[in-house]
Design a protein around this ligand. Structure first.
Ligand code: GTP
Ligand code: MG
Ligand code: ZN
Length: 245
């Protein structure tokens, strides 16, 4: 996969913490992310600008496209960015318009789409399987079902790239194993307090770093159990040989 369209609807789905999660997954998998904001027809231009600004204060070096699948606003710029022979996947919650966008891009209703449940305002997971679609201009797309949760696991590299300003500063921390949570003299805490690092971004980083640590610890535990089991089996075989049973 070359690129990922991280799709969020501007009305109620919009969430920068979640964007950072998707970014981390992309960077971990070495996929270049693009952020696609959909449903801009539902809000006014000022609000769209504010949303884009709020993204750009926290997320640098990622292209942001704001589009409407209804009015096709923003389509031409997005279409120009699509490269021939490159592969793209669609990431995002259910009901944000991933399949609608793809149908529009290829000019055919290949993917089934559906309306959002009026009572819950949530998508109903219309797409239930992956599907590959090749556009006329040669872009290769994979539509995915919407995601309910975006967990991160083995994501060292992804975290580093998503929060590169934090990792950059961390090199200057007093303690090599600084957790950047309460240590006196921690440069990260200092930077957050002085507005050089966005506080919400910092908090999201801590949360995701904890998740990663948790994953790694359980992974290490799993490996330890594997080793113990291996030892047990070896002993068992030795005993069996010795006592011939
Ligand atoms: N107002 C508005 N509605 C949109 C837009 N894009 C999609 N929708 C509507 O949102 C609903 C969900 O769209 P889908 O394309 O099925 O969403 P999806 O992301 O593929 O959802 P899953 O397949 O469940 O993951 C449909 O009723 C679309 O018509 C948009 O830009 N503006
Ligand atoms: Mg879909
Ligand atoms: Zn620190």
């Amino acid at each position: 996969m070359d690129y990922a369209f991280i799709v969020q609807a501007v009305d109620r789905d919009f969430n920068i913490n979640r964007l950072e999660r998707y970014l981390t997954i992309c960077y971990t998998s070495k996929v270049t992310p693009l952020i696609i904001l959909t449903k801009t027809d539902l809000i006014d231009n000022d609000t769209i600008s504010r949303i884009i600004q709020s993204i750009q204060t926290r997320i640098k070096n990622v292209q942001v496209y704001a589009i409407s699948n209804i009015t096709k606003n923003g389509y031409s710029i997005l279409q120009q960015s699509i490269e021939k022979g490159k592969t793209y996947c669609m990431l995002g919650s259910s009901g944000v318009g991933k399949s609608t966008l793809l149908n529009n891009l290829c000019g055919k209703d290949i993917m089934k789409t559906n309306t959002i449940s009026q009572s819950t305002q949530k998508g109903r997971h219309v797409t239930s399987h992956r599907q590959l679609i090749i556009l006329e201009n040669g872009g290769i797309f994979i539509d995915n079902p919407g995601m309910r949760e975006v967990g991160i696991a083995d994501a060292s590299e992804g975290l580093e790239k998503t929060f590169d300003d934090i990792y950059y500063l961390a090199a200057y921390c007093k303690f090599k194993d600084c957790t950047h949570t309460s240590e006196i003299g921690c440069v990260i805490i200092h930077a957050v307090e002085h507005g050089q690092i966005d506080r919400k971004s910092y908090e999201n980083y801590l949360k995701m770093a904890r998740e990663k640590a948790f994953f790694e610890s359980t992974d290490a535990e799993r490996r330890k159990k594997d080793r113990e089991f291996g030892k047990m089996m070896k002993n068992y075989k030795k005993e069996r040989k010795k006592y011939k049973f």
